[in-house]
Design a protein around this ligand. Structure first.
Ligand code: UDP
Length: 379
């Protein structure tokens, strides 16, 4: 196995960091993780025996939002400091795995200074909606110049990188995969969770993403007005400073039509069990989702999944076969499909079974690790 230095600027538990967790655990014997902030990822890594170093980076670089343009120039000295740390710690490793864009920028500079080859694991769709022009240009330029590979989590992510000027020959597809065993033996837990929530026999749906406008929890709340008997669990918290949106959601949910129907569970580590307690698992992103782990997790939990038809989600669901797809930000369409599936439990079950089989076949942890190891073979 290769000696890898995994680097991420963030230590929150969003999808990309959960992928890093699984990769680092699988490579724990020869590898280490370097994080540029403190956070729950550190504890999760350490709890499984992965060696982790945290070098707290300055807010000047951590605080830069992806959509920021030339204003990010102020972050350059802090980025250089990160690059120096990667260069220093990178000695003795065969490859640097940069799991976030900021980590990649710093790793690319370290490579320029003579550091080890850099693999950029791109978990984001590089579009104007999320990334400023300057930001995309710099990332793609450095990608073309200094990345030995760009791992993408879906064809959609790869296509956006190439459309932004990225070299196609660098791109390797490594779909997310999750440990299948986490989704076994859930039967007993669903009833306990429903009892705890006090939802009785009401149809229950769930969303399982950080609270952020583009994750579209507001679309679910809007759709629920049109399916009056439904209750919902909203799982996740605002991870990247989007507390204003979270407050707005709560205000909407307090309106008379929705009051008492929305259960706020915050960030949870028992996603499979929570999904198993739902009649439907929903994915409501308003923008193309780079991959959409919650979609495959819903499938693996044996629940019918309704997702928005954009980005990587289209690669995970065949509409009407392994799940249902609805247009982004279309509460009426979401309400209609929710109603259809809730009224036809046999059809819903059939779709759930087919979704589960598809996810087991295409999105296992073993599959991801195999693709990852192959992508690390540099010619
Ligand atoms: N997740 C979690 N606890 C929560 C909410 C979400 O562990 O309270 C997990 C979820 O199960 C999924 C990941 O966070 O594995 C989110 O990944 P996804 O690709 O759906 O979105 P991202 O965060 O990468 O935008």
């Amino acid at each position: 196995m290769k000696k890898i230095l995994f680097v991420d600027h963030a230590a929150v538990l969003s999808g990309a960091e959960l992928v890093l967790l699984d990769l680092a655990i699988a490579h724990a014997q020869d590898s280490q993780v370097l994080l540029f902030e403190e956070g729950p990822l550190r504890q999760r890594l350490q709890a499984t025996g992965v060696k982790v170093v945290v070098q707290q980076a300055s807010e000047q670089v951590l605080g830069v939002r992806a959509g920021t343009g030339v204003g990010a120039v102020k972050a350059i000295p802090a980025l250089m400091a990160m690059a120096r740390q990667i260069l220093e710690m990178g000695r003795g490793f065969e490859v640097i795995h940069a799991n976030s864009q900021k980590a990649f920028l710093a790793a690319a500079i370290a490579r320029f200074w003579g550091g080890p080859p850099v693999i950029w694991h791109l978990h984001d769709i590089l579009t104007a909606r999320h990334f400023s022009r300057t930001n995309r240009r710099i990332a793609v330029f450095l990608g073309n110049a200094f990345a030995s590979r760009v791992l993408v989590n879906s064809q959609a992510t790869g296509a956006a990188f190439v459309a932004a000027g990225g070299r196609e020959s660098l791109v390797k597809l490594v779909y997310n995969g999750v440990p299948l065993h986490r989704f076994e033996g859930l039967e007993g837990q669903a009833a306990a969770i429903r009892a705890e929530l006090g939802v009785g026999n009401a149809p229950l749906v769930g969303v399982f993403s950080r609270l952020s406008y583009w994750k579209g929890q507001h679309v679910l709340l809007e759709a629920m007005r049109q399916v009056p008997e439904v209750q919902a669990i909203v799982v996740g918290e605002a991870l990247f400073g989007e507390t204003e949106y979270a407050e707005r959601l709560r205000a909407i949910a307090n309106q008379p039509e929705l009051a008492g129907r929305v259960h706020w569970l915050g960030f949870r580590n028992d996603i499979p069990a929570l999904m198993s307690a739902c009649d439907l698992v929903l994915h409501t992103s308003t923008e193309p989702e780079p991959f959409g782990r919650v979609i495959i997790e819903g499938q693996l939990a044996g629940r019918p999944v309704i997702a928005t038809a954009a980005g990587g989600a289209i690669e995970l669901i065949e509409d009407g076969v392994t799940g249902r797809l609805v247009p982004p930000e279309d509460a009426a369409a979401l309400a209609q499909v929710m109603g259809e599936l809730l009224k036809q439990p046999d059809l819903a079950q059939k779709i759930a079974n087919q979704g589960k089989m598809s996810a087991q076949t295409h999105f296992s942890l073993e599959g991801m690790l195999k693709a990852f190891d192959q992508a690390l073979i540099l010619d």
